[in-house]
Design a protein around this ligand. Structure first.
Ligand code: SF4
Length: 549
């Protein structure tokens, strides 16, 4: 399709950047290759993906779009509705995401228990129920009103869909991929926020060790007898999965008469989490701070197998990270890389690096926590809404505790485990975690004028990161630490600073508070468009003077 033809069929006038993105997508499709597009936040990448998928559908091309969350999928669906209200786009998802039960008549997701599969109050949809162009919430609402299961409705329609939308979990996890792969074979692939593929692929699962089920508790006792496991050793200790499943079915069946549907749903969820210990593809399991986390070192390898199913595709992100990673993923298919120029003026975004601080472990002292708190309040004097992003939940909790102790009159609102709000003389501070929900994807109510990134958030666990570094070194990569882990840390920081600009007229300031951001290899791993907004490195007092101007 000629790109000029495309403009006339759109309900909006695309910008120069959007025209370029659309052009790359169509050329990529024609050549059956892969492309990676790096473009800043707010340029309309999601709109372009929806537009391209809709226009390709008109030519009979089926597309599969993977987003990180159902919320991001919902944005794509909204764009599709504006472009073509008749398009057959379906959102597929997990039992938990698409279950219609609200725990009143029967427990949510009861169908996951084999012997109780048919006890659900919702029936199967008839073949004429077509769930096109609903996001996950709309699909659940609509299906519930009709008395049918949204999960079944979505999966029974997927074969006839022109556009399939799913979360990236379906690309990453074995069981999810098994379920979706027969429908997406030979479709054109679009991945939004593709930088999440590697992070989520390395940390395969994570759940809190706070369970109700006696059977699960017994399994966890064994798991918690050590702080780290290889999968092989753990399975030797746990025994076979069959007897666990049999016991859990018996436990649920015995509880079903209690009619405590909320408890039953909670326990069903616990089973599905514990099952991951047998079924998920992980190498190492870590138990720390009441969390059980499974890790796999090299998701590039199995993503490579999965990408072979598609007839090419486009991956987009504001912070894609190292190109080497994507070369590994697409392997023997050509990869075209497009880095789009910075879309904002120099006045819209100013980024400073503070070179008098670090969150290295040896520098995580009570004095430094106090220093961070003092800096937060001094910066708040220069702005209305300040977002502060820490390297971990542990760091966030330390700062919240220090503020509570030193500034007892300042009111706190804990919105969630990863978002704490403070109000100070009419100004607002949102404390959050880099890479957490509020660092990317979710909008902060009221927006942010300034973002302070505290520390370079290097991922965990170190042993696997070192193994990844070794793997990339073995491939002859001159800076193996960049694809192995540095890019993830800088991606989280850039995504956090991206919170200050959500629309074309927004303005904001970003502060990277860790001297390691000045290191050459760290600076190099920042996206090209972002590098052009870095004003200068300074110490905190210099920064305060610069902010006066
Ligand atoms: S059949 Fe559907 S509505 Fe019923 S429990 Fe399963 S997912 Fe929920």
């Amino acid at each position: 399709m000629e790109i000029e033809q495309v403009y006339t069929r759109l309900p909006y006038t695309p910008t120069k950047t959007q025209i370029r993105i659309l052009d790359v997508i169509f050329r990529t499709h024609e050549r059956c290759i892969y492309s990676l597009i790096e473009a800043a936040n707010g340029v309309g990448k999601t709109t372009c993906l929806a537009t391209a998928a809709a226009l390709l559908a008109k030519q009979g091309v089926r597309t599969t779009i993977f987003c990180m969350t159902y919320k991001q999928i919902s944005r794509v669906i909204n764009e599709l509705k504006k472009i073509d209200a008749d398009i057959k786009a379906v959102v597929i998802g997990s039992h938990n995401a698409l279950c219609c039960s609200d725990n009143s008549a029967t427990p949510r997701t009861i169908c996951r228990i084999k012997s109780l599969r048919f006890s659900c109050a919702y029936s199967r949809p008839s073949a004429d129920y077509l769930p096109w162009l609903f996001d996950a919430d709309e699909l659940v609402r609509e299906s519930r009103a009709k008395g049918v299961c949204a999960y079944e409705a979505a999966w029974q329609s997927v074969n006839n869909a022109q556009i399939i939308l799913a979360t990236q979990a379906y690309l990453l996890y074995d069981n999810s991929w098994k379920k979706i792969s027969r429908f997406v074979d030979n479709t054109f692939l679009l991945v939004d926020e593709c930088h999440n593929l590697i992070h989520s692929g390395v940390s395969v699962f994570s759940f809190t060790l706070d369970f109700e089920s006696p059977i699960c508790k017994r399994v966890l006792q064994k798991v918690m007898s050590r702080t780290r496991w290889s999968k092989r050793k753990l399975l030797e200790k746990l025994g076979d999965e069959e007897s666990f499943l049999k016991n859990t079915e018996q436990e649920i069946t015995a509880l079903i008469d209690s009619k405590n549907n909320y408890l039953l749903w909670k326990i069903i969820n616990e089973y599905s989490q514990i099952k991951l210990l047998w079924e998920a593809n992980y190498e190492r399991l870590f138990i720390r701070q009441k969390q059980c986390e499974g890790y796999l070192g090299y998701p590039e390898e199995y993503l490579n197998q999965r990408f072979r199913a598609f007839r090419g595709g486009v991956l987009v992100s504001a912070t894609p990270g190292s190109i080497e990673t994507y070369k590994r993923i697409v392997h023997d298919t050509p990869l075209y890389v497009e880095k789009l120029p910075a879309p904002y003026t120099k006045d819209q975004l100013k980024v400073f690096i503070l070179n008098d601080f670090s969150t290295r472990y040896k520098e995580r002292t009570p004095q430094n926590y106090i220093k961070v708190c003092e800096r937060i309040f001094r910066l708040l004097g220069k702005t209305g809404n300040l977002g502060v992003y820490f390297p971990s939940y542990e760091y966030l909790n330390k700062i919240a505790a220090t503020i509570a102790e030193r500034y007892p009159t300042i009111p706190f609102i804990a919105h969630s485990a990863s978002l704490v709000e403070l109000n100070h003389y009419g100004n607002r501070v949102m404390l959050s975690v880099q890479g957490g929900r509020e660092g990317e994807g979710s909008e902060i109510p009221g927006g942010l004028d300034m973002v302070l990134v505290v520390g370079l958030a290097l991922p965990f666990p170190k042993s696997l990161l070192m193994a990844r570094e070794k793997m990339y070194r073995g491939l002859g990569i001159s800076n193996p630490e960049e694809p192995a882990y540095i890019s993830w840390a800088t991606q989280k920081a850039v995504q956090a600073i991206g919170r200050v600009i959500r629309g074309p007229n927004d303005k904001g300031i970003g502060i990277l508070m860790d001297r390691r951001f000045e290191y050459r290899h760290v600076l190099k791993s920042l996206p090209s468009w972002f590098q052009s907004y870095i004003w200068r490195s300074a110490d905190f007092e210099q920064l305060m003077r610069l902010l006066e101007v």
